[in-house]
Write a protein that binds this ligand. Sequence first.
Ligand code: NAD
Ligand code: TDX
Length: 345
Amino acid sequence: MHILVTGGAGFIGSNFVQHTVATRPEAKITVLDALTYAGTKASLDGVLDRIRFVEGDIADAALVDSLVAGVDVVVHFAAESHNDNSLANPWPFVQTNLVGTFTLLEAVRRHGVRYHHISTDEVYGDLELDDPQRFCESTPYNPSSPYSSTKAGSDLLVRAWVRSFGVAATISNCSNNYGPRQHVEKFIPRQITNIIDGVRPKLYGAGLNVRDWIHVDDHNSAVWAIIERGRIGETYLIGADGEVDNLTVIREILDLMGQPVDAFDHVTDRAGHDLRYAIDSTRLRTELGWEPQYRDFRSGLAATIDWYRDNESWWRPMKAATEAAYAATQQVVAAPVAGGSGEEH
Ligand code: NAD
Ligand code: TDX
């Protein structure tokens, strides 16, 4: 099987390539990645001689057509992926997440190639903290941010291309990933690398916001289950029952790194900050027999901390610019009053 992996130099895509080389040595892999600020070939260290790496844009129709023509499957990870960036400048999100996905869909349509679309639980909006329902495949779309709205739009393009043109596609919507090679702009690596640098971690609002954490390798094993056994035209939600609020995560990281658990700053909250995500992955588990392997968040977090300690040369080049951008928009604020909603408006 020859797979085209878009975004294969980013966090989840590079872990997918590493995982695939290790578990499916017979697979032929081409990576298409524009190497934006979020992508680095260093994430493919150890496998670059086993794959073909093409630097290019998923919205480059001629390049995409030529690559798609030669493969059996496209797995589409490439995206602008960070909510805070989408609030500062939405345009790259429209261009890559919508126009880029459109470009890929037209190419797989022309060449009759199987397509798997990587998406997010954020397309469903957010839940109240005490809502007993979790997101499932029939939850209505209700995205909040420029990021999540462009991901929602790209999912809808895929559904239309399946129905109107018979494209052989599947979609997966996954919850928050953690693990090695995640950009230091994201919550967990930002706090780990701040602590290594002697800087206090930064918590948005009161930190009551809940994310449903899944290890990146569990996400990618689910993606493989869907590629191999998923029903064409279906959507599968990927989650590992990992709901934790941000305050607890930050305290856990501080504790694991030998710091007092209150040694963090509250900073300006994110505009429109989603309160809670939670995934019901029953369909994936019952239909495809998938189960997560990483069930203990604390030990997954400890291993992730070790990875950042051991791989400073990977993250150091991106750290200063990331923190400078945050410093321009975020200020340290007083701790929000206990019992607050976690959102400041
Ligand atoms: P990332 O930002 O770490 O990586 C994105 C990669 O895409 C980078 O290598 C970048 O260079 C590349 N890229 C960006 N624009 C491109 C373009 N126009 N052409 C070609 N390449 C381009 O993102 P990630 O966290 O690895 O997310 C991967 C996918 O998974 C995204 O589609 C995201 O929406 C989805 N997702 C992420 C999470 C999460 O927790 N990170 C959860 C659910 C779904
Ligand atoms: O410094 C921080 N402090 C903080 O409290 C940062 C960077 C984040 N946060 C909060 C905001 C969120 O509630 O932590 C939570 C996680 O934030 P992010 O890492 O930015 O992730 P999130 O916005 O939840 O989106 C992530 O999961 C879904 C990915 O970035 C998306 O690509 C994916 O679709």
